[in-house]
Structures are given as structure tokens and as C-alpha cells.
Design a protein around this ligand. Structure first.
Ligand SMILES: Cc1cc2nc3c(=O)[nH]c(=O)nc-3n(C[C@H](O)[C@H](O)[C@H](O)COP(=O)(O)OP(=O)(O)OC[C@H]3O[C@@H](n4cnc5c(N)ncnc54)[C@H](O)[C@@H]3O)c2cc1C
Length: 418
């Protein structure tokens, strides 16, 4: 059964569920492909999907060293938003949010996108001024934003610490009501299925180990399943970007750091949307199963290990308790880490590279999940046309040469602060 619908569900339910077909095939690698996408994370799979859907390029392989969904796309805290200020980011992320709004229907796969709102808390006048500026710029760009005072926040989240002796009193917040969460695995699986149905080969357990070159062009990708010829290559390996680029002698403005996340025991409904703490780095939401999903800062040292360290665990919990003291009695069930591709200005890179037929998708820092559809859309366009889409025009690699950076956080070349 290829198409998912209530009718196919009823039909299969009545006939013993024997008609379902695999959501994607497990093919052997062909000798060569028009396009090879390295990395079967959200961005790689979305790129393959939009290459086929928007540009009719179907002789495509997604080459993944492990299993799809094993990287950051299956490890994140699933927050989706477009509350950016700079034009170069704002239009890109808003386009991505619009794609999210129709994604389940487009993919014929329920990605459980839930627009439950993302609220950033403000704790002093200066921060509220900055939120007003950001909110105004968002609205001027046609993006929804609402500045809430303390009482407005209290109506949405009555359980926060509103006491007089709160460590950081709540002054108000900036709400993006269209933001929310989605089911991360379903996003990987939905894009994989959508790409596969259009003829894309998804090659799992297929690690890229090197490249064959003819001058400035890549002619083949060496993998653990043999060498595969290629027309063009798109690299979307997130935390492993610097490692794969090094195979081509490229040094990129990317550092890898671990980001950890945590899930609590399941609780009754407590937190409707996503809330972020403005006096420290902490964010929290509640999953459909009831677990609180929370996270904070990256581990400050560089690492390629998919696990985190205790000082950040302590820091995240301390920030959480300062924002919501009642969390002290909640038990944390699980924690894990993913490797973040931190760029030097905190914004992503979707770009051509100094290698003729190599294209780069990287620099997602800790915010690439929400970008998944928009990134795939723009990267597919960039590969198909050898030129950026209007949404990623300011995300070129050359900005690190020209100095025309997309420094959304105003933090300069300090990835650990982004
Ligand atoms: C704990 C945590 C919380 C996060 N929370 C959020 C959030 O709330 N909202 C948000 O927007 N973003 C969030 N992010 C960030 C987001 O998950 C990432 O930016 C995004 O998933 C990165 O893109 P991807 O999905 O393509 O990466 P990945 O899923 O990591 O895909 C890259 C793939 O490349 C493969 N690969 C690497 N090297 C090779 C090789 N040599 N050969 C073949 N394949 C290779 C890897 O195995 C991996 O599957 C979070 C990340 C983490 C870790």
C-alpha cells in the first residue's frame, strides 16, 4: 500500500495488514549518480526529496554512514520557529516554517507538526526592549510576533516563578504563536519515503571515506560500499562537516561541539508550548507522551563524540530550576548528545564551494531541525541551478572572506557563545 490515508488504514485493518510496502527500499549502489548527497540526516534527505520533486532530478543517492535518523535529526528537541531578525535569516526560516505548515500533506506522512507556540522570557527592561525590536522587525518581514507583558506570560504559563524573590523576575516575553514542535524521526522517515518514491536511492551503512578527483572536479565518491561515480556532490553531514571536508583538503569556518538534551519521566499536561529562559540558556517543552524535553548550552570544548559531559548537565538543571523551581522533584529519565556544526557567525552555509561540483550545507549550530524543509528546498535549488535560491542568497561561504557576516546573535566568531 503506497498511499497513506484513512481509507488505506481501514482497508489494511480489515485484511490483516498484509498490503503495506516498505517505506523505502534498500538498494545496492549504482555505478554512478547525477547527484550524490552525503549524509542521510534531515537536510540530506530533504535535499534529495526536493531535487526530485521540484527539479525532476531523480538519479540521486543519499549516502549515509549509519542509519537514517541516527544523527542530529533524531536527537534534537524538535523546536520549530522563525523568530529571526536579520533579513538573510528571517526570510529563509519563514519560508521553512511555511513548508512545515503543509509538510505532512506534502509528504503524505504525519510529521506531527504542532504549532503550540514558542515563548522567549524577558527578565529586565533592556531585554524587553531587544524583544520589542526583534518582534517589530519580524512583523515588518511578515512574520508573526507578539510582545507579552508579565500578566500575558502568566496567563499562558501560570506555573513559572512569579514570586518577588525569584532569582530573575519575569518582565514579559516574545511569543511566536506559529512556532512549535514536530516529531523528529517522522521528519527523517517522511522525507526518506518521499524521496524513495520518486526514485532516489537511500544507501545506509555506506560511509564516505574519500573522493576521486580530476583537477577541480569530483568524479567519484569512495565509500565503504565501493566507489560511486557522480555528477555533482552535496555535503550535508552536520557535525562531521570538517572531517569530510578535510578529505578534500578544505578547511571550513566550522567547529564541532556537543549539544545535550534531556527527557523527564512522563507527567500530566503541564507545559503547553515551548518556553525559553532569558536569564540563562535553557528551553523546555512537553512531548505528546508527557515527558518534559529540555536542553541548554553546548559543551564548550570541541568534540566529535555523540555524548555530553557533566558540567553542562549541572548547568542546564540549575537554569531550569531557576526558571521553574517545581522541576526539582521531577526525575530525568534519559539524556543524550549530538554533534553540532557551529559556524563562526552562528548562521548556516548553503553554498557552492571552491571545488567545482561540490555544494555545502552546514553551520546549523543548534538550530537546524526547524530549517530542515527550507534547507532541503534551497540546497536542492542551489545544486540544480548551480546558483542560490532567493532564500539562501546571503548564506554563501564567501561571506567569511568578504566579512559580510550573518551575525544574528551579534557574538562574533565565537561559536561556543552562539
Ligand atoms: C540535543 C540536540 C537538540 C537540538 N534541538 C534543536 C531544536 O530544538 N530545534 C532545532 O531547530 N534544531 C535543534 N538541534 C539541531 C538540529 O538537530 C541539527 O542542526 C540538524 O539536525 C542538523 O542537520 P541534519 O538533520 O542533516 O543532521 P544529521 O542528522 O546529524 O545528519 C548528518 C548525517 O551525516 C552522516 N555522516 C557523517 N559523516 C558521514 C560520512 N563520512 N559518510 C556518510 N555519512 C556521514 C551522519 O551519520 C548523519 O546521519 C538540536 C541538536 C541536538 C543534538
Amino acid at each position: 500500500m503506497a498511499e497513506y490515508s484513512v481509507f488505506s488504514l481501514i482497508r489494511e485493518g480489515l485484511s490483516g495488514h498484509k498490503g503495506w510496502i516498505r517505506a523505502w527500499r534498500d538498494p545496492e549502489p549504482k555505478k554512478s549518480y547525477d547527484v550524490i548527497i552525503i549524509g542521510g540526516g534531515g537536510h540530506g534527505l530533504a535535499t534529495a526529496y526536493y531535487l526530485a520533486r521540484n527539479h525532476g532530478i531523480t538519479n540521486v543517492a543519499v549516502v549515509e554512514k549509519g542509519w537514517i535518523g541516527g544523527g542530529n535529526v533524531g536527537r534534537n528537541t524538535t523546536i520549530v520557529r522563525s523568530n529571526y531578525m536579520l533579513d538573510g535569516n528571517a526570510h529563509f526560516y519563514e519560508h521553512s516554517l511555511k513548508l512545515w505548515e503543509g509538510l505532512s500533506r506534502d509528504l503524505n506522512y504525519n510529521v506531527m507538526f504542532s504549532q503550540r507556540g514558542v515563548l522567549n522570557l524577558g527578565h529586565c527592561d533592556g531585554q524587553m526592549d531587544a524583544f520589542a525590536r526583534r518582534g517589530n522587525l519580524m512583523r515588518l518581514n511578515g512574520i508573526d510576533a507578539e510582545l507579552l507583558d508579565r500578566e500575558g506570560v502568566r496567563k499562558l504559563y501560570p506555573h513559572l516563578d512569579y514570586s518577588k524573590d525569584a532569582r530573575w523576575p519575569i518582565y514579559g516575553g516574545l511569543l511566536q504563536a506559529r512556532g512549535g514542535t514536530a516529531r523528529h524521526d517522522a521528519v527523517a522517515w517522511g522525507f526518506a519515503r518521499g524521496a524513495d518514491r520518486r526514485g532516489v536511492d537511500i544507501l545506509q551503512n555506506c560511509e564516505v571515506t574519500g573522493f576521486e578527483r580530476d583537477g577541480d572536479r569530483i568524479t567519484g565518491v569512495k565509500t565503504s560500499r565501493g566507489t560511486i561515480g557522480c555528477g555533482r556532490v552535496g555535503m550535508a553531514v552536520a557535525g562531521n562537516t570538517s572531517r569530510v571536508a578535510a578529505m578534500l583538503g578544505l578547511k571550513l569556518p566550522i567547529e564541532s561541539h556537543v549539544l545535550q538534551a534531556f527527557v523527564s519521566e512522563p507527567l500530566k499536561p503541564l507545559i503547553d508550548g515551548v518556553v525559553t529562559y532569558g536569564a540563562g540558556h535553557f528551553y523546555i517543552s512537553q512531548s505528546d507522551k508527557g515527558g518534559l524535553v529540555l536542553g541548554g548550552d553546548i559543551d564548550f570544548h570541541n568534540s566529535y563524540a555523540q555524548r555530553g559531559n557533566l558540567p553542562v548537565v549541572e548547568n542546564v538543571m540549575a537554569n531550569g530550576l531557576a526558571m521553574m523551581p517545581y522541576l526539582s522533584r521531577v526525575r530525568i529519565l534519559r539524556s543524550w548528545g549530538g554533534i553540532m556544526d557551529m559556524s563562526m557567525d552562528g548562521s548556516p552555509i548553503i553554498s557552492k564551494t571552491p571545488v567545482d561540483n561540490l555544494y555545502l550545507n552546514a553551520g546549523w549550530c543548534y538550530g537546524g531541525f526547524k530549517a530542515t524543509p527550507g534547507s532541503g528546498y534551497a540546497f536542492a535549488h542551489t545544486i540544480a541551478h548551480d546558483a542560490p535560491h532567493e532564500t539562501n542568497r546571503e548564506m554563501g561561504l564567501e561571506r567569511f572572506e568578504t566579512g559580510y557576516l550573518l551575525d544574528e546573535g551579534g557574538k562574533g566568531p565565537t561559536p561556543k557563545l552562539h
